[in-house]
Design a binder for this molecule. Structure first.
Ligand code: CO
Length: 185
């Protein structure tokens, strides 16, 4: 049974290692990561967030369709590399299952091109924009040992730490917020 690792656990600050694509347990691991992510209504979850410093991510950046229907797009992202970043930047307000209760402003590349392997060992190349682009950048930061406290705008960090301390004291769980709803990565 996997659990969400929360900041300030040092596991979140460690750089992850590449996954062996022939590992037969990858499917089971990714299934468990999806289950955990969905149980907290997250849109992305990276290895270190479940205590595994490996380059594996699960993501589901849903699309809202008409009539309140949602189109799911679950992907398993193994050993990802960002091979292209747009010069254009955009501010994104992000939450994180490992920092429950807070959201932080982060400057992101508007679009990124990501190369990764899927569960079948096939190489995939995705050019992402919008929320998908932000989600890739957020999750790949986790693999590099960075949380919102390292990636958010510097002027916001002191307040974030204070707010997070309060959330810890209040026992706020992943997926819960002090304020309005945000996408959880
Ligand atoms: Co996160």
């Amino acid at each position: 049974m996997l659990n969400i690792v929360k900041s300030p656990d040092p596991i979140l600050l460690k750089k992850s290692q590449d996954v062996d694509l022939s590992d037969p347990k990858l499917k089971e691991l990714s299934d468990q990561m999806f289950e955990l992510m969905y149980s907290y209504s997250g849109i992305g979850l990276a290895g270190p967030q479940v205590g595994i410093n490996k380059n594996i991510i699960v993501m589901d950046v849903c699309k809202d369709l008409d009539k309140g229907e949602v189109e799911h797009n679950p992907i398993v992202v193994i050993n990802p590399k960002i091979i292209k970043r747009s010069k254009e930047m955009e501010k994104s307000q992000e939450g994180c299952l490992s920092c429950p209760g807070i959201t932080a402003p982060v400057m992101r590349h508007k679009t990124v091109t990501v190369e990764y392997f899927d569960l079948q060992g096939n190489k995939q190349t995705v050019q992402a924009d919008g929320l998908l682009s932000f989600c890739f950048q957020h999750e790949i930061d986790h693999l590099e040992g960075k949380t919102l406290f390292q990636t958010s705008l510097p002027e916001s960090r002191l307040q974030l730490l204070k707010d997070y301390q309060k959330c810890l004291e209040l026992g706020i769980e992943p997926g819960q917020f002090m304020e309005e709803d945000q996408d959880q990565q």
